[in-house]
Design a protein around this ligand. Sequence first.
Ligand code: PAF
Length: 302
Amino acid sequence: MKIIEKIDDLKSVLATARHTHKSIGLVPTMGALHAGHLALVAHAVAENDVTVVSIFVNPTQFNDKNDLKNYPRTPEADCELLANAGVSIVFMPTAEEVYPTPDTRQFEFGALATVMEGAFRPGHFNGVAQIVSRLFEIVAPDRAYFGEKDFQQLAIIREMVKHLQLDVQIVACPIVREADGLAMSSRNARLTAAQRQAAVNISRVLLHSRGLRVKPAMTSHTDAMTGSSNCHCGLDPQSLEGTRQWVTEQVNAVPELQVEYFAIVDGTTLQPIKNWADSAFPVGCIAVFDGDVRLIDTVFYA
Ligand code: PAF
């Protein structure tokens, strides 16, 4: 496995690969790798001749300076994991290498970017689009791999590829969860023991809420943690708004957790829906503060 820091070096290695008609897969990451990343890598290694993994904590996508400062960085451990995973190249550039001059590009994603993460993290998706488009320009991959946990990010990247008419296939990979259900995230490394214990309730409530919708006749509407029935708001939990409020209440009932948003949206437009019948592809997206660590998760209702 080659570890490359300079764009020119990477381009020249990839030019040789491309010359011999080798396919190139890219897994963009910000490091602090976990089994979720390794699942993306496994897909890329299985489907391409050459797999490039980028490790770059992209400053332009952080709207909160502390979040950027505290983002976990474990480059040595990351490289060891990747070497054992069959990766051909790790690209670890500096910020100056990626952005020799400030990236002032503004992307327009319309309504896709005004909800959820877009509403609570202004500028975040513009930064994601800056780095991902830059990586696509440098690597020119045949395929690029992203996790479904960051569901809105996936939609934004697909939209960007369409806008820029890029010749890259975006491959979405399923969410990988810890044994107790917590969605894998680099940010989990920042949780204290108490916060980690609390965090499991996010996926427990989300996954339980699928039952409210999917098997209404068999559901007793039991509280996921306390055993109490129904939503305190008085709404029927089988209704979309009842489910939405039930999830929010249940997560907020855990002392360490504070829901920033929980939205049930159409999986294509990402716009909130009012009734289950309004979408064939309803998706629940949640952002929760666990102490000062912000976690997100996604649940598919169809
Ligand atoms: O999902 C991430 O880790 C980042 O947003 C990405 C896609 C690597 C861009 O920095």
